[in-house]
Design a binder for this molecule. Structure first.
Ligand SMILES: Cc1cc2nc3c(=O)[nH]c(=O)nc-3n(C[C@H](O)[C@H](O)[C@H](O)COP(=O)(O)OP(=O)(O)OC[C@H]3O[C@@H](n4cnc5c(N)ncnc54)[C@H](O)[C@@H]3O)c2cc1C
Length: 454
């Protein structure tokens, strides 16, 4: 029977990031991926600064930068409808990544499958990497039911049913994780009153900025990709997709051309509804990521609303932190499964906070009323104009740090924009960046103290 140090179920971006980290330290890994690669589903494509920093540490930043498109600013527009049906720009708010102190003060768009391909290509350079694809994880043998020690995984691979043993099993199989089910974890689910249509189509060469347009009852997002492509998202009501399909593809083209006339003619490159993906947002919260010698990461552990562009980044960041923990455990011979809790301690708090932030961003666009839009415009204006609020927002979505929101922020929202002490702000903002001690506390003494500081 084959035996590995770590078996990763699911070769999505979370599982692959973890695998690369491990094989670079000579930890023997099997990745089991059921879908033939490259996959055909649209998934996250926006890399936040922390994810870029992680890939830099892993030595593949150059390839990722080459294959991606830089977005230093997210441009948001609030529009109102005039009586004749045309749109008027009511408010323009740019949100700048260059406020951050990071080697990557930007977001970068990369096709999801391209990113996975780059990580796989790098991992294949290491002898500790084994990748079964297509191969489907089926069930576990559990040695000690009470303490949930998973012993063997049954995998359908190459027309056979194969059993593999491992010290540790990782569930990186996305939102319907089988390992999470085997762990008997309770899942709290939030559903939303809207859905999205998403697809990538060609763009004019000079359409190079990320733009989000909202009116009181519409929302579209446009995120340029390399090779003159743009990823689009359109918010719709449940049931609207069916109606649009009945009426014809012009119902899909029109909103893009209304909000962004420069794109006229480009959405028409989509010639079939089959190319357009319906995305039903969902939020999962799971109380524990660890049971016995098993651990879940990425969407298996926390599915978030896509509005803030965080899902893929949380999976990458989970992979990196868990990878570093496993490396330490194998190097130090500290293989007791209780050590896996150290991963949960670092990551759960951060994932929960970003899940909440994504949820709030979703709510801001969920109700088609003019008074909701007025409230959103007020909040966006303050967020951009107050340097502390602007910085906090960009820092918190970037993943490179976290600055908690406080009662004082309420006053900042209401008070004059420029009243703040630059010196105090600079000192404090520095402290809010995650250090190595925050990310990988097991390498440091007094680890408990460094975590409670966060
Ligand atoms: C349509 C869509 C759009 C999105 N847009 C964004 C965005 O703009 N920004 C963003 O940050 N995030 C976005 N997300 C979320 C983001 O894609 C996910 O959060 C991210 O892919 C999670 O990575 P993961 O590795 O945890 O899981 P996944 O990417 O879901 O990977 C899980 C893998 O496990 C495999 N698998 C499942 N079961 C088994 C099994 N039994 N055996 C073997 N393999 C198995 C699957 O085939 C899959 O490849 C989007 C998601 C979707 C679906």
């Amino acid at each position: 029977m084959e035996k590995y140090d770590v078996v990763i179920i699911g070769g999505g971006i979370g599982g692959l990031t973890l695998a690369l980290k491990l094989v670079q330290a000579d930890v023997r890994v099997l990745v089991v991926e059921k879908a033939k690669q490259p996959g055909k589903i649209y998934k996250g494509e926006l890399l936040q600064p922390k994810s870029l920093e992680i890939f830099k540490e892993m030595g593949i930043a150059y390839q990722i930068v080459e294959a991606s498109f830089s977005l230093p600013t997210i441009h948001t527009y609030e529009m109102t409808e005039k009586k004749d049906g045309t749109l008027k720009e009511e408010l323009y708010i740019p949100l700048h990544y260059n406020r951050l102190s990071s080697p990557f003060p930007e977001a970068r768009m990369i096709p999801h499958e391209k990113l996975k391909e780059l990580v796989i290509r790098e991992a294949e350079k290491y002898p500790a990497f084994t990748y079964w694809n297509p191969a489907t994880f089926q069930t576990f043998t559990v040695k000690d039911e009470w303490n949930k020690r998973f012993e063997k995984a049954k995998i359908a691979y190459d027309g056979e049913e194969v059993e593999v043993e491992a010290h540790f099993f990782v569930g990186a199989e996305g939102r319907s994780s089988l390992l999470r089910k085997a762990m008997n974890e309770h899942v709290i689910t939030t559903q939303y009153n809207h859905q999205f249509l998403t697809v990538t189509f060609p763009r004019p060469k000079d359409f190079t900025q990320a733009k989000m347009y909202a009116s009181h009852d519409s929302f579209i997002g446009l995120f340029p990709l390399p090779e003159d492509q743009v990823r689009s998202v359109m918010l719709i009501k449940p049931g609207q997709y069916k109606e649009m399909k009945k009426k014809g593809l012009h119902t899909f083209y029109k909103p893009f051309e209304r909000f962004e006339p420069g794109l006229k003619g480009y959405p028409e490159n989509i010639q079939s509804w089959k190319e357009i993906q319906l995305m039903i947002p969902i939020r999962h919260n799971i109380p524990n990521y660890v049971k016995g010698n098993a651990v879940i990461i990425g969407d298996a552990a926390h599915t978030v609303h896509p509005m803030a562009g965080e899902g893929m980044n949380l999976a990458i960041q989970d992979g990196a932190v868990l990878g570093e923990l496993f490396v330490w455990m194998f190097k130090e011979g500290r293989l007791h499964p209780a050590n896996l809790r150290k991963f949960e301690k670092v990551r759960k708090k951060r994932a929960d906070r970003l899940s909440r932030l994504s949820h709030l961003s979703a709510l801001a666009y969920s109700w088609p009323y003019k008074w909701v839009q007025r409230g959103r415009m007020f909040a966006l204006k303050r967020l951009e104009r107050h340097p502390v609020l602007h910085y906090k927002h960009m820092l918190n979505i970037s993943g490179i740090g976290w600055w908690p929101y406080s009662a004082l922020d309420g006053l900042r929202f209401l008070g004059p924009g420029q009243v703040f002490s630059r010196k105090r702000f600079e000192k404090k903002s520095e402290k809010m960046l995650f250090s190595n001690k925050n990310d990988y506390p097991w390498y440091f003494k007094n680890e408990e103290r460094s975590q409670s500081k966060e």
